[in-house]
Design a protein around this ligand. Structure first.
Ligand SMILES: [Zn+2]
Length: 194
């Protein structure tokens, strides 16, 4: 069992995205890159979390290769959040796990009784469940909230946070940790240089 980082206890995000974009944030934040703790590393750790998120069926074991697919999907999403934070645009290769899901699954348009039109993933295969997360991304890109979901500017961290700062210029998951750490590092580097 991997040691859960402090940030997982209580399941609260310091800078939470609105629903349902918070589902994307939660998936990206299943790994703590600084400690290496990954709640999707082992089926036993991953299964309860993936079930509560609706990313796997509530019955039956998860094949280990499905876990690999979900981790790759997560890491591809993170490259998009790095770009939202002003980093480089993801390459085709980095986006491949997402395009694979898009190509291998379909969505269905549903008309509800009250006249609202909804687009939902067709079927409940793993690809279908991951496609539902891509539909959340699509919705967020349309309503403008996507650009505010960012990966921390500290490249050892890359924690996903929702930037609620007024000018949307936030860079750090937490100023008290990553922001100051980097500032101190830069300060020491400058001092060495002079
Ligand atoms: Zn950070």
């Amino acid at each position: 069992m991997t040691q859960a980082p402090a940030r997982w206890s209580g399941e609260t995000e310091g800078k939470p995205a609105p629903e349902p974009l918070s589902r994307v944030q939660a998936l990206v934040n299943t790994v703590d890159l600084e400690s290496g703790a990954d709640r999707l590393a082992l089926v036993a750790d991953a299964q309860p979390w993936l079930q509560t998120q609706g990313l796997v069926a509530s019955d039956g074991a998860i094949p280990p290769e499905d876990l690999g697919t979900i981790r790759e999907f997560r890491d591809a999403l993170r490259t998009m959040l790095v770009h939202n934070a002003g980093g480089p645009a993801p390459t085709d290769q980095q986006l491949r796990p997402l395009s694979r899901i898009a190509e291998s699954s379909a969505a269905r348009v549903q008309l509800r009784a009250d006249g609202t039109v909804q687009v939902a993933a067709d079927g409940d295969s793993l690809a279908g469940r991951l496609l539902s997360l891509l539909l959340v991304v699509s919705e967020a890109q349309r309503d403008g909230t996507w650009a505010q979901l960012k990966a921390c500017g500290n490249e050892d961290c890359r924690w996903a946070f929702y930037d609620r700062s007024r000018n949307h210029g936030g860079t750090w998951c937490e100023m008290s940790t990553c922001g100051n750490k980097l500032k101190n590092r830069e300060f020491r580097a400058r001092r060495r240089a002079t």
